[in-house]
Structure formats: structure tokens, C-alpha cells
Unconditional design. Structure first.
Length: 74
């Protein structure tokens, strides 16, 4: 069975989010403080248990100064 494209996008976003947090040297709590996104939401996105809405992704990208959306290449 072929993996669903949406699942690949979610995994790629989680990977990019973790990479950006690590590069900043921040914790999820620090990102939550700087982005206004709940730490619980960030943790769920990192674990692949929740798909953040576009406004949430935009707030995370702004705080991290990084692109999180993987685009069509996944």
C-alpha cells in the first residue's frame, strides 16, 4: 500500500519544525513563548499526532524565521 501524500507532508513538516527548533537552540516551551502557539500544539505537531492549521504554521515560521511547509517535493 502506498503511503498517503498528506502523511508525507505532515512528516516533512514535523522534521522541518524539529530541525528549525534545534538550529535555534530552543525548547518547545521557548518556541511557544515566542510564537504564541501552545506548547501542547507544538508537541503534537512534532510527534505527528496533530496537523497544525495554516495560521499556526505561519506563526511558527515567523518565530523561527524558517520555512516549514515542504511543498510538492515530498
Amino acid at each position: 500500500m502506498e503511503e498517503h501524500h498528506g502523511a508525507r507532508v505532515a512528516q516533512a513538516l514535523a522534521f522541518r519544525l524539529q530541525t528549525a527548533i534545534t538550529e535555534k537552540g530552543w525548547s518547545a516551551a521557548e518556541l511557544a513563548r515566542r510564537s504564541g502557539v501552545a506548547r501542547y500544539t507544538i508537541a503534537k505537531a512534532l510527534a505527528g499526532e496533530a496537523w497544525p492549521d495554516l495560521l499556526t504554521i505561519a506563526n511558527l515560521e515567523k518565530a523561527l524565521e524558517a520555512d516549514l511547509w515542504p511543498g510538492r517535493e515530498v
